[in-house]
Design a protein around this ligand. Structure first.
Ligand code: URA
Length: 192
């Protein structure tokens, strides 16, 4: 099948593969630079995201915007999305079957954007993408390379809002991401 954004967004919009869609205002597919080198993946939309149909626009999103800015980028430079595209009720974590239903959409987004580096925000995203063995406190800050793509698990911005002491570690993780991106760029330049 030929992948296209139009087709993907249309299927997300009409998706009823799990029950999450029954209580929502909007699907939240994700947004940003569709050719970004850097992709951020969160857990699932919250109340603000559900109302606006946009990923990471609430309190955690504001912090994510600051984090992206501190890295020297804008939100328009990167691609931002979530594991599930519908808000789980009462902001609970998405269930396994809900994530499984939604993962094909994330895979297609990944193939379309083709980022070099992917930041996994929090345990849910890290487990969904890298496997259930991931423990965010143990595995954050450690690169996982798969088929030439670089995955960096780090704390979810909501966790940083709850516990400011985690911010220092999260910043170390993001500094590693900046370093990796500039190394990969240098490599590209050398090959050009
Ligand atoms: N938390 C997430 O994981 N994603 C959002 O889009 C907002 C909050």
């Amino acid at each position: 099948m030929q992948l296209s954004w139009e087709n993907l967004l249309e299927r997300i919009e009409h998706c009823q593969k799990c029950t999450l869609c029954s209580g929502i205002h909007n699907k939240v597919p994700g947004q940003g630079n569709t050719h970004a080198k850097l992709m951020f993946i969160g857990e699932g939309p919250g109340a603000d995201e559900d109302m606006q149909g946009l990923a990471f626009v609430g309190a955690a999103g504001k912090l994510l915007t600051k984090m992206i800015g501190a890295m020297g980028y804008t939100r328009e430079d990167v691609y931002i999305c979530n594991v599930v595209k519908c808000r789980p009720p009462h902001n609970r974590a998405p269930e396994l079957d809900e994530m499984e239903s939604c993962m094909p959409y994330l895979r297609e987004q990944f193939l379309l954007v083709h980022p070099k580096v992917i930041v996994l925000l929090g345990a849910t995203a890290a487990k969904a993408v890298l496997g259930d063995h991931i423990r965010i406190t143990r595995d954050r800050g450690k690169w996982v390379e798969k088929k030439g793509f670089y995955f960096m698990p780090t704390y979810h911005p909501a966790a940083l809002l709850r516990d400011e002491s985690k911010k220092k570690d999260a910043w170390e993780d993001l500094k590693q991401v900046m370093k990796k991106l500039s190394e990969l760029e240098e490599k590209d330049d050398a090959l050009a």
